[in-house]
Design a protein around this ligand. Structure first.
Ligand SMILES: O=P(O)(O)OC[C@H]1O[C@](O)(CO)[C@@H](O)[C@@H]1O
Length: 539
């Protein structure tokens, strides 16, 4: 069954929400809490080691009811079933969307075009496990017989951001290998990374679903040429492996067919870290930890698939985000993780969320006249507090934020942890409560300074409180956002799994690249033409 193409703004629930918004928009959350001492209890979901409090939002029980009605009216349950059953819900590319199969148990069944993909999934997992163990034990060696000390992941977008974020997030669990990531076509990136590497002890993992991406192929070629200054063609087989769906192109590049880890078209790039794209994760933290990451994601998949919507974390977070995006006209959402380990988490989610839901044509092919994908940004707390929190607290924009925190630290420094978590809790309280004129005056503030010290409050946040950062809890957290993306795509009546919006710039860049070497210039607007000439003259 194809996903329906219903304009959400035409549903009965949307109309109810629209009217209801007029009644709610002026309410202060402070009063909502004062009038209902069970509010936090009602708007909290506990699942496994996750405690998600969404009570500090500008919602009432009525809002929540209408949002759930919206999900039902738009047939979310049926859409979830379509996704998990391998239907080609990525209609514009005619593909199934089954990253969930990658983290399912071996005896699960995921049918793509009439065939259960689980045996293939597990064959690749077994290959990853064996390869990881051989590298880590030193059994697999470089061309001069030395064990590997370094791994370089060469990829971009989904072939870089997921592995890079996870390796950084799980650095506490890391082993002796040093992991590097080369992504940008900026030559300074690749040269900066290789300048201190020893070709005899470095393993290169070229990750590209298509194996045609300009950045990745350029970086891989630069590294191969650098490598060939020391090693010979035969040595390449020991030092280069690839992850791709394009097996012929990988072979043409010169990589030994035994060193290819396949992936599949039913895995989108930005949802691929669970596949062999995660090889550098497995190498960095060991296969057992990689598997635990997958296990965590699978637990979130089951929660998403089988929990009623009112207790379903991804569904609730998605609907609340729709509430702000489409009724309050909030343009962005901040992701603030109170863990330095999650330093790259917001950057990673930018691709997941913005590449998926940054669309303006609906599932019928018609232009959309309502807001879709939100702008995602963020930095870890407490650093973010000293950077941009001023604007969230006292600026003119409404910025709903997810606060992610962990009850226990990894190094066990209770003094630091108490300080960190006191900030984590204080910020959402301050954002909700604000500070009244009366309170500012009571502090003895000079009269002319009083207006500047008032905080309106009423700033929405979700608190995602997790026991501890582990491969498993990280897997759940990532999967939680993946499902949120899916739900929002269903509500907004868009296709979340293509990314045609990145193509135009790529096409023009390849045209311009040719003009650098030729004497004739193509037709361009006057600005681009002058810039192009400026570059040609001065480079
Ligand atoms: O893995 P590939 O094919 O090199 O693609 C890299 C990235 O490029 C994109 O297609 C567009 O940026 C992403 O969706 C993808 O993750």
């Amino acid at each position: 069954m194809a996903l329906p193409g219903v304009n959400p703004t035409k549903t009965a629930a949307w109309k109810k929400l629209q009217n209801h918004y007029e009644a709610v928009k002026g309410m202060h959350m402070k009063d909502m809490f004062a009038n209902d001492d069970k509010r936090a209890e009602k708007f909290t979901i506990a699942f496994d080691d996750f405690y998600v409090d969404f009570s500090k939002n500008r919602i009432t029980e009525e809002t929540f009811k209408y949002l759930l009605e919206l999900a039902n009216e738009l047939k979310l349950k049926e859409a979830i079933t379509s996704q998990f059953s391998g239907e080609h819900i990525n209609k514009t590319e005619d593909r199934a969307v089954l990253h969930t199969a990658l983290r399912a148990p071996k005896d699960a069944e995921f049918i793509v075009d009439g065939e259960n993909v689980m045996p293939e999934v597990y064959a690749v997992k077994d290959k990853m496990k064996a390869f990881t163990n051989e590298v880590l034990s030193g059994q697999r060696k470089g061309f001069t017989g030395k064990a590997f000390t370094d791994v370089v992941n060469i990829g971009i977008g989904g072939s870089d951001l997921g592995p890079a974020m996870v390796v950084d997030a799980l650095q506490y669990y890391k082993n002796h290998l040093t992991t590097h990531f080369v992504s940008n076509v900026d030559g300074d990136h690749v040269h900066e990374v290789i300048k201190n590497l020893d070709p005899e002890t470095t393993l290169f993992v070229v990750v590209s679903k298509t194996f045609t991406t300009q950045e990745t192929i350029s970086n891989a070629n630069t590294i191969k040429n650098w490598f060939l200054k020391t090693g010979n063609q035969e040595a390449i087989a020991k030092h280069f492996v690839a992850v791709s769906t394009n097996l012929d192109a990988v072979k043409d590049f010169g990589i030994d067919p035994d060193n290819i880890f396949p992936m599949w078209n039913w895995v989108g790039g930005r949802f691929s870290l669970w596949s062999a794209v995660g090889l550098s994760i497995s190498l960095a933290v060991g296969f057992e930890n990689f598997d635990a990451l997958l296990r965590g994601a699978n637990k979130m998949d089951n929660h998403f698939k089988s929990t009623d919507f009112d207790k379903n974390i991804p569904v609730v977070l998605a609907l609340i985000s729709v509430w702000y995006n489409n009724f309050f006209h909030a343009e962005s959402e901040a992701i603030i993780a109170y863990s330095q380990y999650l330093n790259q988490f917001a950057t990673y989610l930018q691709q997941g969320i913005m590449e998926s839901n940054g669309k303006s044509v609906d599932r019928n092919g018609d232009p959309i006249d309502y807001q879709t994908g939100t702008i995602i940004w963020g930095e870890p707390g407490t650093n973010a507090q000293h950077a941009f929190f001023q604007l969230i607290h006292q600026g003119t924009k409404l910025i709903p934020a997810d606060f992610i925190g962990f009850k226990k630290s990894l190094h066990g420094d209770k003094d630091h942890q108490d300080k960190l978590i006191s900030n984590f809790l204080a910020q959402t309280e301050a954002l909700m409560h604000g500070k009244t004129e009366k309170a500012v005056i009571a502090e003895g503030t000079p009269k002319d300074i009083v207006p500047f010290k008032i905080f309106q409050g009423n700033k929405p946040t979700n608190t995602i409180f997790i026991d501890q950062l582990s491969p498993e809890s990280l897997g759940k957290l990532i999967a939680m956002y993946e499902h949120k993306i899916f739900v929002q795509g269903i509500v907004w009546n868009i296709y979340s799994y293509d990314q045609f919006g990145v193509e135009l710039g790529k096409q023009l860049a390849s045209k311009i690249l040719k003009e650098f070497n030729g004497s004739t210039l193509n037709e361009h607007d006057n600005s681009t033409l002058r810039l192009l000439r400026h570059y040609k003259q001065n480079s």
